[in-house]
Ligand binder design. Structure first.
Ligand code: DHB
Ligand code: MG
Length: 222
């Protein structure tokens, strides 16, 4: 087998997306509005969004916590994976981005299931301690804070809670021990924590999709 060229893996991603994910207006308009607003196109790829959706359903999640809303693309996928009386609590630090996400979520028909908590993750997460534990946590915000978010994921979860971390490969830079990029260092610290912290059992996969070469970590709170 030959190593995939970018042209090949992009064609494969398109094929998989067309074959298994499809195209749905609520999701695609959320991305279009996010792009029109000048936000970075760093939402998860469609195949990854559907994976989050399936993880929510496979785990029977009723309460989902997301750190990093952006335009609400992954939030829509997650919200569609919880039952009608389920909840997605999503944290967004930038007020104008939270406003855009609110509009996207409402238009996609999942507004009633989603609470947007405005503020930085490290400030908002401690305010959730008195709520029912979360069944699924998706971490997709500033990478420098990944260890803080993982610590809160364990504290706000329960044994059996699933934790997914986006952007764990970063074009391969994660394997560079000499990196001085604070985001990469944040990703490395997060993965090291998942490997060492007895609260978690974890693995990670490299991904090649519409967003390029990156990866996701998946952990279980034990
Ligand atoms: C980038 C991608 C992401 O998915 C993210 O959460 C943050 C940054 C990026 O490509 O820069
Ligand atoms: Mg991301």
């Amino acid at each position: 087998m030959t190593d995939p060229t970018p042209d090949l893996w992009r064609r494969v991603d398109t094929y998989l997306t067309d074959t298994l994910v499809g195209h749905e207006p609520g999701l695609e308009r959320a991305v279009a509005d996010q792009n029109d607003a000048g936000l970075p196109a760093i939402e998860v790829a469609p195949v990854n969004g559907k994976l989050l959706h399936l993880i929510a359903r496979i785990s029977g999640a009723r309460r989902v916590l997301e750190v990093g809303t952006l335009g609400g693309y992954s939030t829509i996928w997650l919200a569609r994976g919880v039952p009608d009386d389920g909840r997605v609590v999503t944290i967004e630090a930038e007020p104008h981005i939270a406003d855009l996400a609110r509009a996207n979520l409402d238009r996609a028909g999942v507004g009633a299931k989603v609470e947007i908590r405005r503020g930085r993750g490290a400030d908002v997460l401690p305010t959730l301690v008195d709520e029912e534990p979360f069944d699924l946590v998706f971490i997709d915000a500033d990478k420098e804070s990944n260890t803080i978010y993982l610590d809160w994921a364990a504290r706000l979860g329960r044994p059996g809670t699933v934790v997914v971390v986006d952007n764990t490969v970063r074009g391969g830079e994660v394997a560079n021990p000499a990196t001085e990029n604070p985001q990469i260092i944040g990703v490395q610290r997060g993965l090291e924590m998942l490997g060492r912290d007895p609260r978690f059992e974890a693995t990670a996969l490299q991904t090649l999709d519409a967003k390029g070469y990156d990866g996701i970590a998946i952990a279980l709170v034990v």
